[in-house]
Design a protein. Structure first.
Length: 89
């Protein structure tokens, strides 16, 4: 998940958007970008959007790799029965 916080044009509202879920980003004439996801459309400032997509945060990718290693370790500890034995049970 690539969640980014955007401040809306009213200045008092923050909105968190998963950039991986953005289906389309359409620029408008007044320097804004409309982000479309499966369940919402949001208008944000173009500079905020460019800053959000240009930054790469290594914490998310390192967290994903840690979870992946944990899943692999748990899978190794699991006992797997062959299909032929399961059919006779």
């Amino acid at each position: 998940m690539n969640i980014v916080k955007f401040k809306l044009s009213d200045g008092s509202t923050d909105c968190y958007v998963n950039l991986d879920a953005v289906v389309a980003a359409k620029p408008t004439e007044d320097g804004k970008i409309i982000l479309h996801t499966s369940n919402l459309s949001l208008t944000v400032d173009e500079k905020q959007f460019e800053k959000a997509i240009s930054e790469k945060d290594g914490t998310i990718s390192s967290f994903a790799s840690i979870v992946n290693r944990l899943v692999q370790a748990m899978d190794r500890m699991t006992v797997h029965f062959p299909t032929s034995i399961r059919m006779h049970l």
